[in-house]
Design a protein around this ligand. Structure first.
Ligand code: E4P
Length: 214
């Protein structure tokens, strides 16, 4: 299973790289808006520290404009993957860009049929937003299970990036059901590693170490 870091914060991403847990990065306009610097500066800085896909979102809505914007974004670095929303124009752009050798990640996926259409259009990655679905009373991880089943039925190679992750439970379920990738906020990466019994165990070992004659 691959971990992407869902962040545009270079310091956070560097920490995940140092932990050996950053196989790639997803950004979006909301994440970029929290940081200093132009999107291009931020993408360049991230590409310098992460050896893997770095997803940069196209904000155009018309197919031709998405394609033109994506071509420019793709020039920033070989590892740039273009995030494109799951719309009709978006999928038209995905179809063209993938044929040109530019990798795409279809984002804002909320249904299995959007995921099927994105795979058929040739997307390299898709992002089902599990947390935002949970917020509406639906079950985001159930959607991921359905997409996995559909992709397996037909041998699609599109990779599922479980997105909008809000808890360790989302990551654990993603791993149990075999999702290819989880894109995880850095705060949750830190929570994944921690366990109170580990901390308590260290404390008791240190205490006992003091009793040993050295
Ligand atoms: C995915 O690539 C998105 O950046 C992200 O997971 C959105 O999640 P949110 O619902 O926390 O904004």
């Amino acid at each position: 299973m691959k971990f992407f870091i869902d962040s545009a914060n270079v310091e956070e991403i560097q920490k995940a790289v140092d932990l050996g847990l950053a196989d790639g990065v997803t950004t979006n306009p909301t994440l970029l808006a929290k940081e200093k610097g132009t999107p291009e500066e931020i993408y360049k800085a991230i590409c310098q520290i992460v050896d893997g896909p770095v997803c940069a979102e196209a904000i155009s809505l018309d197919a031709d404009e998405i394609i033109a914007e994506s071509m420019n974004l793709a020039k920033i670095h070989d590892n740039i993957v273009i995030k494109i929303p799951a719309t009709k124009d978006g999928l038209m752009a995905v179809n063209t860009l993938e044929k040109e050798g530019i990798k795409t990640n279809v984002t804002l996926i909320f249904s299995a049929m959007q995921a099927l259409a994105a795979a058929k259009a040739g997307a390299s990655y898709i992002c089902p937003f599990v947390g935002r679905l949970d917020d509406t009373g639906q079950n985001g991880m159930e959607l991921v299970e359905q997409i996995l089943q559909i992709y397996e039925n037909y041998g699609f190679t599109t990779e599922i990036v479980v997105a909008s992750i809000r808890s360790i439970g989302h990551v654990q379920t993603a791993a149990l059901i075999g999702a290819h990738i989880a894109t995880i906020p850095y705060a949750i990466i830190e929570k994944l590693i921690k366990h109170p019994l580990t901390d308590a165990g260290i404390q008791s070992f240190l205490k006992d170490w003091e009793k040993i004659s050295k």
